[in-house]
Design a protein around this ligand. Structure first.
Ligand SMILES: CC(=O)N[C@H]1[C@@H](OP(=O)(O)O)O[C@H](CO)[C@@H](O)[C@@H]1O
Ligand SMILES: [Mg+2]
Length: 551
């Protein structure tokens, strides 16, 4: 007889985690994310779902990360990690949403049954799940709810404790590749730190040490990872960690971290006296999967080096190594960006390499990058990584160089494969990657920054009655609905030198986002506020509450 769902166990435990009445949950770009205080039922149900996902995949280990990344401290969230360490397959997002929204325990049991039937899950298969959380105060109780869900579905579990999102992704891949030819590394934090630091030390060996690096840890879990990797790095790199107060109430992501830097285009106030002219620093976000760099220029001005600048730096270095190794005929390097990439970065990169633009959200970038032999992807906000296709990894492993120069370049490429966390964007791994390139090129922030000059830009949020009325095409660069609006935006954009603007519904907030750039800052701001005003007025915004800055 086919195995059955343990309905009694599920029902008994589900009763302990009732869904709050009026809330509708949505598994979006970043999983479930909202106030931590309303997520109890969601965590329980995600536990059950993670068990089902593992059964569906023959007992491969699934990851569950409890985090709300760069959001304010009272928020929390949860997302699933598939066996190769990548985001949950898109078709299962609907299953997650349906389980989360079942009103009663009975409805929930029915929803579970529907997933089992729909996804043709063999319940006799084992379920294995590894989970972790960031440092948020709501984490422990939400993990307890998750554990109840995992118990209800009878999953075998492993608690990875408090760690970064990218370390959890690493662990998932390491567990699922253990003992195979594709073994990703030892399935422990120690294995992760050894893998990254070992590759880094080889990459920078013989290069003059760079000045110490200021790291803003956003008062989040990245502080732990930075502290732990220090002994592994030895004297190959020195950190000056800041914003490491993971236990101070209200400190997480507060006036610090990668999102603060990107959205305000400012230095976190806590670093005001830490960086002198010419010095560089960087910021992680709250779960350490985003990275922003910056430096203070000769006129004492703050200069930001965002995800686009990281992509340009890293791609240039990799292309050079591929060429020096004599592999340019075999290995094609490509770039993936979103519409938010600065126009100057797109131009700079497209003059040198194939560039693809995809909709916002890491899963889109990741999948597109898989189509290149080496795919470099970064969102402007600093989330990204580099993917080496399995064939390319094979080529690098078996290639026989014919000169000492080729041999050196090949060795560097092999070490990059180890250094880079290919499962997902990883602030720590990306930091070591950037530092590697800076060391090889003897660049400070100034030379790196001068690869191209960013176009001034502005991002504005617009509150509209119905976000769903906004639909886009061409990788979100053009609106198809509301009808007629795109034509009006086009007419506005034409009036600005170097003007570009697009409007899209956010996937993580109930707002519409307007992006604009132009050759002058004042013009970029003006264009953004004109387009925002247009969006507001054309979609029936109340004149009484129209934001003053909209033009
Ligand atoms: C303009 C912007 O930064 N958008 C962010 C934000 O998405 P929205 O769909 O724009 O809300 O959150 C996503 C998840 O973290 C991230 O992938 C994306 O880049
Ligand atoms: Mg994050």
């Amino acid at each position: 007889m086919a195995a059955q769902l343990p309905l009694d166990d599920i029902a008994r435990l589900a009763d302990l985690h009732p869904k709050p009445g009026h809330i509708r949950f949505q598994y979006g770009t970043a999983g479930f994310r909202t106030l931590g205080s309303v997520l109890d039922s969601v965590l329980f149900r995600v536990g059950v779902l993670a068990g089902l996902r593992s059964k569906k995949l023959d007992g491969k280990t699934i990851g569950v990360m409890v985090t709300a990344s760069h959001n304010p401290e009272p928020d929390n969230g949860v997302k699933l990690v598939d066996p190769r360490g990548e985001m949950l397959e898109a078709s299962w997002e609907a299953h997650a949403t349906s389980l989360a929204n079942a009103a009663s325990t009975e409805d929930f049991l029915q929803a579970v049954d529907a997933v089992v039937k729909n996804a043709k899950i063999d319940l006799s298969k084992p379920a294995k799940v590894i989970y972790a959380r960031d440092t948020r105060p709501s984490g422990p109780s939400l993990v307890a709810s998750l554990e109840d869900g995992l118990k209800a579905i009878g999953a075998e579990t492993r608690d990875a404790g408090v760690t970064t999102t990218p370390i959890l992704h690493y662990l998932v891949r390491a567990i699922n590749t253990k003992g195979t030819s594709a073994e990703y590394g030892d399935d422990s934090e120690d294995g992760y730190f050894k893998k990254l630091s070992g590759a880094f030390k080889q990459l920078v060996s013989g290069k003059p040490a760079l000045p110490p690096l200021v790291v803003d840890c956003a008062n989040g879990v990245g502080a732990n990872a930075v502290e732990k990797i220090v002994p592994y790095l030895g004297d190959s790199l020195t950190f000056i960690p800041h914003n490491t107060a993971t236990a101070t109430p209200g400190a997480l992501n507060n006036a610090c971290g990668a999102d603060y830097v990107k959205t305000t285009q400012k230095l976190p106030p806590s670093l005001a006296n830490e960086l002198k002219s010419g010095e560089r620093g960087c910021s992680f976000d709250g779960d350490a999967d985003r990275l922003m760099y910056f430096y203070i220029d000769a006129r004492n001005q703050f200069r930001m080096l965002d995800g686009d600048k990281i992509a340009a730096l890293v791609a240039g270095f990799i292309v050079e190594l591929v060429k020096n190794a004599g592999l340019e005929e075999k290995i094609r390097v490509g770039i993936v960006q979103t519409a938010y990439a600065n126009g100057s970065s797109t131009k700079y990169l497209a003059d040198r390499l194939p560039v693809r633009c995809v909709p916002t959200g890491v899963k889109h970038l990741h999948h597109a990058a898989e189509h290149f032999n080496i795919g470099v992807y970064f969102e402007a906000n600093g989330h990204g990584t580099v993917l080496f296709s399995p064939e390319t990894q094979g080529t690098l492993a078996s290639y026989e160089p014919s000169t000492p120069a080729q041999s050196t370049a090949l060795k560097h490429l092999r070490n990059l494969v180890q250094l880079i966390n290919q499962t997902v964007g990883d602030a720590l791994s990306d930091l070591l990657l950037v530092e590697t390139v800076l060391a090889h090129k003897s660049y400070s922030g100034v030379e790196w920054d001068s690869l191209y000059v960013d176009l001034p830009n502005r991002l504005v949020k617009v509150l509209v009655a119905d976000v769903r009325a906004f639909q886009t095409e061409d990788a979100e660069r053009r609106l198809v609905s509301p009808r007629g609006l795109q034509g009006k935006i086009d007419a506005l954009v034409k009036r600005y030198e170097g003007g570009r603007s697009f409007v899209r519904p956010s996937g993580t907030e109930d707002v519409v986002r307007v992006y604009a750039e132009a050759v002058m800052k004042s013009q970029a701001d003006e264009l953004a506020f004109r387009v925002a005003g247009l969006v507001y007025d054309e979609t029936g915004g109340d004149p009484a509450t129209r934001p003053k800055e909209f033009l």
